[in-house]
Ligand binder design. Sequence first.
Ligand SMILES: [Ca+2]
Ligand SMILES: [Ca+2]
Length: 347
Amino acid sequence: MPNVASSNLVARFDPRPSGTLYGRPQAAPRELAGEVNPFPSPPLEPCQSWAMVCAQEHTMKTGLNHAVRVTVAALSIVLGLGTAVPAAAQCPGDVTGNGVVDGADLGAMLTVWGTQGGTADVNGDGIVDGADLGALLVNWGPCSQGTVRAWGWNDDGQCNIPTDLGPCTAIAGGTFHTIALRTDGMVRAWGYNFYGQCTIPADLGPCTAIAGGTYHTVALRTDGAVRAWGQNYYGQCSIPTDLGSCTAIAGGNVHTIVVRTNGTVRAWGYNGNGQCNVPADLGPCTTIAGVGLHSVALRTDGIARAWGAGTTNPGSWPDYGQSIIPTDLGPCSAIAGGSLHTIAIKR
Ligand SMILES: [Ca+2]
Ligand SMILES: [Ca+2]
């Protein structure tokens, strides 16, 4: 096995059969030909002309640097303020619709003061008055509300925000791609697209939620239907035909998890760690998170549950007790996870 500095590695949490060779698509110092992925996995479809990096073995050897980096990359995509946005963007108070709130908008607002003023009626209550003026002043300057910014690892362009993106209401991170939900409900994605994870289905329609897996993307349509695309080696993008309407979605490394409208949880995709085996006694839930190789859920009563990798704690990959709920945790209001850990907010 070649001696490769850990700083030159890239984590691709991509379970592949033991013995598969891995390497970067680009000839780069990160080339890892000869590395072996310890994942126990089902057979894959024929590999591409290049092999994927999978640094799981290195992850074990190097103190989980890569898992941390993946987590940080996912978390470092936030809705930012203070930068110019595409001309199409319009924020409250931009009466003239040119992407900037300034004196021209103030003047335009004053000319329709006391009347039904269209875009000058910022709060939409039918009258242009002091409340609208206040909203205008709050947004003074370039319209930055809803602007997406991203930073960190950008080898695949995941931090290059499309210039025509426009304002967004939600964001999600895949391992090497970025997903955004525009204010009009349209989904956009960019970054690593080898598996088509950034190629939005033409018939997707408006959505209310988005989620990212390692190499796949999940979206919840306004009608409650779930769609997923990208890598489907493990069926993570194959929506169960009897799924029905859902209220929440999440993506694990290579699995997908949802909350149905009736509160029941479903999961599908890679199940080598039992991450898709929803506990029979789970009960109705409100929140789920599909994280690394485990799944977490919050029941309607606030009780946290987790399953998949980490139901034991031998301290070796991938079992670090991340699915063992602390006995003194009690009801929670939120739950989430990193690749190999779980976090919750107590009520
Ligand atoms: Ca303006
Ligand atoms: Ca108003």
